[in-house]
Ligand binder design. Structure first.
Ligand code: NDP
Length: 323
């Protein structure tokens, strides 16, 4: 037997139950990992509440982890027993041990600890594709990043600074503002009441070419107001709730804007893209340009407390669950 946090239905943090589960065996193309650290992500909240659906109950949620390969099924050539590995994507991370498709695993360089990997695989590869592919930022540009003191947010601030990009971060408290500044945001706006006019002042009227908005419902319209003509609105998360349907004519009225709703799964679907993204990430972490930002850790059995803190906006940076 093994231990896992499972849900038997959608709901509040109390649906997360610490249970005995059968130790799974890897099938063809799969590997069994003994997990050492698991990443907490806002997407875990969406799966717990039912905003995103699991395929059936009981379900083990969680999409980010790191550990040791302890067994492999047939036709696995990319990893071997004893390898230190990590992943972002397939559901099932909230467990002491888990089976996963081997082609979703990347080997960890010696310099990257299990805890660091559990902080960065999902959030860091997200920062990588948002800054390099969804919109390819260029040195000298000014960009807007919501939830700038959060898990993805702190990585975005640091990585953008490393690329010579000026970040305007948006946060909810002065403490978070200080943290965002320490991590590379040049300007920080606390609250969104006058965000468009703050951005106008900071950019001397130019506004920004791209907004990275992970808050969703509460900030979507305000974010559009912050864009320069032909700017790109990247709505990549729904921490405040999903964005309601959008009338495309709104985009033309605000200056022929572009809109995208990207997901990490698409950007790392091909093995070559996964390797490029993870490789870029490991190199900025190894060089020290970007710090993983482990700010909280909880025993896995206390996943409910971790969810409560995340939803109450009490966490900053990354949070790890320890099996
Ligand atoms: P965070 O650590 O950023 O936590 C969420 C933050 O959102 C909070 O700390 C809070 O910051 C802000 N927030 C604003 N409004 C609310 C609200 N009503 N309720 C709760 N939080 C609110 O989480 P993650 O780093 O795990 O994820 C950040 C976002 O990125 C999420 O929306 C997630 O879904 C998205 N994401 C998307 C991916 C993709 O590929 N599309 C991949 C990975 C993450 P503050 O108090 O400063 O406002």
């Amino acid at each position: 037997m093994s231990k896992a946090v499972r849900i038997h239905g959608y709901g509040g943090p109390d649906v997360l139950r610490w249970e005995d589960v059968p130790l799974p065996e890897p099938g063809p193309g799969e590997a069994l990992i003994e997990q050492k650290a698991i990443g907490l992500n806002y997407i875990d909240v969406y799966f717990r509440t039912g905003l995103y659906k699991v395929s059936g109950f009981p379900a083990v949620i969680g999409q980010e982890g790191a550990g040791l390969v302890v067994a492999t099924g047939q036709d696995v050539h990319s990893v071997a027993v004893g390898d230190r590995v990590a992943y972002a994507g397939p559901l099932g991370a909230y467990a002491g041990s888990r089976v996963i498709q081997a082609d979703r695993l990347v080997r960890l360089p010696d310099a990257i600890s299990f805890e660091t990997a559990a902080c960065i695989m999902l959030k860091g590869m997200t920062a990588q594709y948002l800054l390099h592919t969804t919109y390819k930022v260029r040195a000298g540009q000014t960009i807007l990043v919501h939830a700038a003191a959060g898990g993805v947010g702190l990585l975005m601030c640091q990585w953008a600074r490393h690329l010579g990009v000026t970040v305007i971060g948006v946060v909810s408290t002065e403490e978070k503002a200080a943290l965002a500044r320490d991590n590379g945001a040049t300007h920080v706006v606390v609250g969104t009441q006058s965000l468009a006019s703050d951005v106008k002042r900071i950019t001397a009227g130019a506004m920004v070419p791209v907004v990275y908005d992970s808050v969703g419902r509460d900030t979507f319209k305000t974010s559009l107001e912050c864009l320069a003509p032909l700017g790109l609105m990247v709505t990549y998360g729904s921490a405040s709730g999903p964005v309601p349907p959008v009338d495309p004519s709104m985009l033309s009225a605000k200056g022929s804007l572009f809109l995208t709703r990207p997901s990490l799964a698409t950007y790392t679907a091909k093995r070559s893209d996964l390797e490029t993204s993870a490789g870029d990430l490991f190199s900025v972490i190894a060089s020290g340009a970007v710090q993983a930002g482990l700010h909280q850790s909880f025993p896995l059995r206390d996943a409910a407390a971790a969810h409560t803190a995340l939803e109450a906006r009490q966490t900053t940076g990354s949070t790890v669950l320890v099996p």
